[in-house]
Design a protein around this ligand. Structure first.
Ligand code: ZN
Length: 272
């Protein structure tokens, strides 16, 4: 039976408590959410850190506390962001990789982010990939565009990214690539042989993203980073509520839900 890997992006950099009262913000809240999501079927949690004001922070101490608390409560695979937030320097974004989380996101190109943008030049990508290799952190190659998948081929050729490749297709970010069966298909066509991929449907692309991932043999990402509405006009009560639905839909499609142990084996992570 094929297995579905579910990632939950607990918080992100943009969502606020005012928009979404159930948003986990402190390390304690992140750890509790990670445990609930793991019980609901998530094998991976994707982590951003927030400062005292609730806004995004690159403070390594906050990441450290959150990772420690998560590891005390659950064996879920921990993936940290290196996308950070709009306005952070590359040095700030890559610093938490030294904490040796299991995985980290690696943005594969520059992208519009609504009215803002996030810069990822090839030299930045090389620096991030090298740092991840040094700390034995497995990258999720985040692609916001078809050209980002193609850029990843350059790093693969240079030996900076090694298999098994795991891609994250971030789709329907405002002013970036939308999610349709055709755009997803074209992203998939550019993948190196044997790649794994997770579909991250932002906002209203949330449920289409789940359905397309199931149909196309991909994996699912849900969570407050990507979407806050469970249904039209109804906020999700928790990240776990999203995970529960994704797990239910996958099981109906005759997929087994991957455990954190399955993902450690799949990607050759520490402790596999
Ligand atoms: Zn993120």
């Amino acid at each position: 039976m094929a297995k579905m890997v579910i990632t939950c992006a607990l918080t992100g950099a943009e969502t606020t408590k005012a928009q979404c009262p159930a948003l986990p913000v402190t390390p304690e809240e992140l750890a509790a959410a990670a445990e609930d999501c793991c019980k609901a079927g998530a094998a991976i949690v994707h982590l951003h850190a927030r400062g005292g004001d609730g806004g995004p922070t690159a403070d390594v101490k906050v990441f450290k506390k959150a990772i420690e608390l998560i590891r005390k409560r659950t064996d879920v695979v921990v993936e940290i962001t290196t996308g950070g937030a709009v306005g952070m320097t590359p040095e700030e974004r890559i610093a938490p990789v030294a904490l040796e989380p299991d995985m980290a996101s690696l943005d594969c190109g520059t992208v519009n982010f609504g009215n803002d943008y996030i810069v990822n030049t090839l030299p930045i990508m090389r620096q991030f990939a090298s740092e991840m290799n040094k700390h034995k952190v497995h990258p999720t190659l985040e692609c916001f565009d078809v050209s980002h998948v193609q850029s990843s081929h350059i790093l693969i050729k240079e030996g900076l990214i090694k298999p098994p490749y795991h891609y994250g297709f971030v789709m329907q970010v405002p002013a970036a690539l939308s999610l349709t069966p055709k755009t997803l298909g074209y992203m998939m066509d550019q993948l190196p042989e044997g790649s794994h991929f997770t579909v991250m449907g932002i906002g209203r692309a949330h449920i289409p993203g789940i359905c397309l991932a199931i149909a196309a043999g991909g994996y699912i990402r849900v969570g407050f980073e990507d979407n806050i509405y469970y249904a039209k006009g109804r906020l999700a009560r928790s990240n776990a509520e999203f995970v529960e639905r994704a797990a239910r839909m996958s099981k109906e499609a005759q997929l087994e839900i991957a455990t954190p142990g399955d993902v450690r084996k799949l990607f050759g992570l520490r402790g596999a």
